[in-house]
Write a protein that binds this ligand. Sequence first.
Ligand code: 5AD
Ligand code: SF4
Length: 443
Amino acid sequence: MNVRDSEFVAGMLLENGFELVDSVEKADVVLFNSCSVRQHAEDRLFSNIGDLARLKKKKRDLVIGLMGCTAQKYKDKAIDRSPLLDIVCGPGNEADLAGILKDFMENRCAIVAVDKVNEKRPEIFSIYRENDFKAYVSIGEGCDNYCSYCIVPYVRGKERSRDAKDVIREVEELAARGFKEVTLLGQNVNSYGKAVRPSGRQAVNFVKLLERINKINGIERIRFMTSHPKDVHTELFKAMRDLEKVCEHLHLPLQSGSDRILKLMNRGYTAKRYLKLVEDYRKIVCGGSLTTDIIVGFSSETEADFKKTLSVMRSIEFDSAFTFKYSPRPPAKSAFLKDDVPAAAKEKRLQSIIGLQVASSKKRNESLIGSVVEVLVDGRNKKDEKSLSGRTRTNKAVIFEGDRSLVGSLLNIEIRSATSFALRGRIEAGSSTFLSPTRQAVS
Ligand code: 5AD
Ligand code: SF4
């Protein structure tokens, strides 16, 4: 979501006469986009801002701004914490950043813009995208779930769905420019359209939105993030099965396998309901991949609670997992409970789930050896310049040898080997490639 927000702001500034430069030393304006989900990200952010002190001394007119969730969390206190900051802009005010910057450049008086936390972002058309064939598309803002550990509802405000007609128009424009893949973004995509519109009419729900995007010519792949287990139903799995462009990958955060902890987290489901969802998903979406988020060391989590998480993970065997040590985030509710799992125990639990996950990922990836998978080619493999890398529909990384001109195309790759992190293969003989219009124009 932050990647998309940065891109949105960059696009808007480009259209307002600013330019992007390739190093901080060349910049007249430096904007930090920030995440406040965990303390660690916040600490790094303020240390990164502090690193600009030397540059600011040399370049007195340098403008330094903070946007994103940490801006919303700290408001004017961000400037107390880092006096180098000239601008503090919350996620809801980011559409105003061009005006805010011009205002600051004229008046040189610090600006704190954080009042639009619950407002719908205006539909500003901005053409800039970081990738030529894959795009993020926001379908909503904010969250009403108030998971007790999570700061998002406080800094991104109440849930607002973007109008389906605006989402569809954006995807149609992307398709016309040669984009092949869209990832629909929301804190909880499954509750898309839940809020009744001012007209009194119920908005389009998420499955209906998928159906409409599936009809857009030129788009080959549709992804979405993030799903919430309490709002996911078999209707979604059937849509994933029946809509040919919707990719067979579900990111479904489990957070914990202990019902007592899930209740304290205010997650609204039990381990049993989660396991049933996974059973239905795997039955309906054949060969679909499943990834998750897990938090260890939540307030009062005992060894017995943690073992339940391990046990659920063992029985599901996720394709991959993002794993986190619990970090209290006031004003989120759990910050008022005792953070009583010692740091060493959190670390030990984290290492245990990482070890388990590495083994599950390897097993799941190895099961694909010998099969042929469709891959959208992303670019050169960073570790080995001779190879290309891409993603399967199930969002697994694939490395293979091939010419640079294949970037942006869809290929069939025969999988020859696998590790926990990636598949390796070779282009299937006779594999057809589908070059995007922009790529054809370039070649
Ligand atoms: N501490 C640790 N992890 C957290 N997450 C969200 N809030 C916290 C927190 N306070 C994790 C959750 C969420 C992911 C984006 O970040 O697992 O799904
Ligand atoms: Fe945070 Fe829960 Fe909302 Fe996700 S669903 S953004 S974890 S409050």
